[in-house]
Design a protein around this ligand. Structure first.
Ligand SMILES: Cc1ncc(C[n+]2csc(CCOP(=O)(O)OP(=O)(O)O)c2C)c(N)n1
Ligand SMILES: [Mg+2]
Length: 337
């Protein structure tokens, strides 16, 4: 079993990460933040969003710098704060915005208005809303890989709150007993809705749960995109090479309320101030500027390009029709190939 590492031990060999990879990380992290900002702070307030909105502000490095390691036919089970995964997997910005606006052109063809989406054409298991339940589902996919002799990996995401659920533990136990090719990526943003971590877990780190399943695990700074990238690479390699499951806990902070209607009045203001100084996008920008890999003009042109993509997506989605009532029952059950 791999010795568990702590945040301070995960000093990265950054020189090995190419400038192009860093640029991709920055692009997708910025795109995630901007698209979620448009949805939560603009479209939601204009009454154009159907249902609730959950965002991953401040956590963008986790979904982006992990999912970027997915290979062909790998499968992913995201959480409600993983916009970056949908973007990395190639779901178009237009379909994503249409999803939130409840339109027929959205990922669920207007059956839902937020993150409860998935698309197997993009290898994304539809988001399982019952927290913890995406673990047995993703473990089932990993079992299929193993039985078919495929060297694919299931990427399975949870918040720290979900790790206190019974179904989470059952799924992890099953995956570890059968040495399945699965990686558990945990975003530990220190709150589960309004419950702070110390009121829902007796252990210090989520990774402390791993030894009970003889599972390799490490704790990593989730706001350091390059550390996330490197640790995810290690974890995925481990699972892909047949050594069984691996858990990576990313320490981060939810820089918003639980959802768009929640003002997070229960979170001490100082925590937001402290974590604002660790913003993952600003940190990556600073690293790249210091390394001579990015300029202020480069940041501006990336942001302009992203704004244009989002403007186009909103315009397209807004012109899309709502679903017809008879469409509601279509696609609920498997209808054959
Ligand atoms: C079994 C279950 N209980 C409650 C909820 C309602 N709920 C949705 S998200 C959430 C908080 C989850 O906390 P965490 O797992 O830490 O994820 P985070 O929202 O912090 O990313 C809750 C209680 C749910 N979806 N499923
Ligand atoms: Mg949480």
């Amino acid at each position: 079993m791999l010795e568990r590492k702590t945040v301070s031990q995960t000093k990265t060999k950054r020189s090995k990460i190419s400038k192009e990879t860093k640029r991709q990380l920055l692009h997708y992290m910025t795109l995630s933040r901007r698209i979620e900002h448009r949805i939560e702070r603009v479209l939601y307030r204009q009454g154009k969003i159907v249902g609730g909105v959950y965002v991953g502000r401040g956590q963008e490095a986790i979904s982006v710098a992990t999912a970027i390691h997915m290979l062909d036919n790998d499968i992913v089970a995201p959480t409600h704060r993983d916009m970056g995964i949908f973007l990395i997997c190639g779901v178009s910005e237009r379909r994503i915005i249409a999803q939130y606006m409840g339109r027929k052109t959205g990922v669920t063809q207007g059956k839902d208005g937020n993150m409860h989406m998935g698309d197997l054409k993009h290898n994304i298991i539809a988001f399982v809303s019952h927290l913890g339940d995406n673990v047995p589902v993703a473990a089932g996919a990993a079992l299929t890989f193993k039985m078919r002799g495929q060297d694919n990996v299931a990427f399975c995401y949870s918040g720290e709150g979900a790790t206190s659920r019974g179904d989470w533990h059952e799924g992890v136990n099953f995956a570890c007993v059968h040495k399945l090719p699965i990686v558990f990526f945990i975003n530990n943003n220190q709150y589960a809705y309004s419950t702070p971590i110390e009121l829902q877990m007796p252990v210090k780190d989520v990774a402390d749960r791993a030894p009970a399943y003889a599972m390799a695990a490490e704790v990593v700074d989730g706001n350091d995109a390059l550390a996330v990238y490197e640790s995810a690479g290690r974890a995925v390699d481990w699972a892909r090479s047949g050594k069984g499951p691996y858990l990576v806990e990313y320490k981060t902070f939810r820089m918003t309320g639980h959802s768009a209607h929640d003002d997070a009045g229960y979170v001490p203001k100082e925590l937001f101030e402290e974590w604002a100084r660790k913003d993952p996008i600003e940190r990556l920008q600073k690293h790249m500027i210091d390394a001579g890999e990015l300029t202020a003009e480069g940041i501006e042109s990336m942001e302009n390009e992203i704004t244009a993509i989002i403007d186009d997506a909103v315009d397209w989605a807004d012109k899309s029709p709502y679903p017809d009532p008879e469409d509601c029952l279509k696609g609920v059950y498997h209808e054959g190939r």
